[in-house]
Design a protein around this ligand. Structure first.
Ligand SMILES: C[S@@+](CC[C@H](N)C(=O)[O-])C[C@H]1O[C@@H](n2cnc3c(N)ncnc32)[C@H](O)[C@@H]1O
Length: 286
């Protein structure tokens, strides 16, 4: 596979792809995401607004596969549900124009559950159908694998080749303890007054549990509904960015540029992919 990684973030699709293909170009407007991508993958994504990249420029990369995670806010449970009308869908709409004229041979799109049945889903499905391609709409969560994290997502897989849904891989169940740092960062502990104020709304997990909630981009700022907090003998603390990264299935060597604040690191991770689930979705193209 020769891959265009669109809305590349920290490069989750590239990790999921492994040696099954090569990313010929990645695109993202976020400087922090691109610096992280460069540090980990050795290539700098094009810092371009995808809505403005001409069809010819995309075609010139010679890709046969698109892997994409468009912004999910227009389809989120907590978002405005404006779908294609949302300004953050402009790049997706542009890509659908490109698809109409010059479709890739294969595509995998990842998004939140609200994408299914949306106007964007209908538009993508129409494009896929109109080119006689095959389509699978998959829904999966790392917790089904079983992996100790909730991150239910939709994967739309499209290909010129017939597609068949695959069973979920049988990974061994693991406890949260296996994903924790060897040494705790004391600054992650919630001060008593903060803990008292938010305690009732916190999603608390213990190291021996086999679950954690979905970590969202606002985990560094919010307490309720943003991800799990770890209860230890010492108190209650946030999961560190490396711990969240492990729960997403990012490799142990994954790093952030030193200059990025804790809040930005959580934001990038909260936008990210579950690597084992994305890798499973990609297997459908084999
Ligand atoms: C849901 S995240 C994708 C995360 C990615 N799959 C990963 O593994 O980290 C969406 C990404 O799209 C980027 N983005 C949003 N709108 C964009 C646009 N119009 N053009 C280019 N990049 C955009 C954001 O900066 C963000 O990094």
């Amino acid at each position: 596979m020769r891959v265009l990684e669109l809305f590349s973030g920290l490069g989750g699709w590239r990790y999921a792809l492994g040696d099954r293909g090569r990313v010929v170009a990645a695109y993202d407007v976020s400087e922090a995401a691109n610096a992280t991508y460069l540090l980990n993958h050795g290539d700098l994504p094009r810092p371009q607004e995808l809505a403005a990249v001409p069809q010819a420029a995309l075609a010139a990369r010679g890709a046969d596969t698109w892997l994409l995670s468009p912004p999910c806010q227009p389809f989120c449970r907590m978002g405005n549900h404006q779908g294609l009308e949302d300004r953050r869908s402009r790049a997706f709409r542009h890509l659908m124009d490109v698809f109409r004229e010059a479709p890739p041979d294969h595509l995998v799109l990842e998004n939140v559950a609200g994408f299914l049945g949306s106007d964007a889903h209908a538009l993508l499905s129409e494009r896929i159908r109109s080119h006689g391609m095959h389509q699978l709409d998959l829904q999966a969560c790392p917790s089904q694998f079983p992996w100790p994290n909730q991150r239910p997502r939709v994967y739309v897989v499209a290909s010129r080749k017939p597609l068949q849904a695959r069973p979920l891989p049988a990974l061994a169940p693991r406890v949260v303890a296996a994903f924790l740092d060897a040494e705790e960062d004391e600054r992650l502990y919630l001060p008593p007054e903060v803990l008292a104020r938010h305690y009732d709304g916190l999603d608390l997990v213990a190291p021996g549990d086999c679950r954690s909630a979905c970590f969202i981009g606002g985990y560094g700022r919010r307490y309720v509904g943003s991800g799990s907090f770890l209860r230890t003998a010492r108190g209650v603390r946030r999961f560190s960015p490396p711990e969240v990264a492990r729960l997403l299935g990012l490799p142990e060597g994954f790093r952030f540029p030193e200059v990025l604040t804790l809040e930005v690191r959580y934001r990038l991770l909260g936008n990210g992919l579950s690597i084992p689930v994305a890798a499973w979705a990609l297997q459908h193209l084999a």
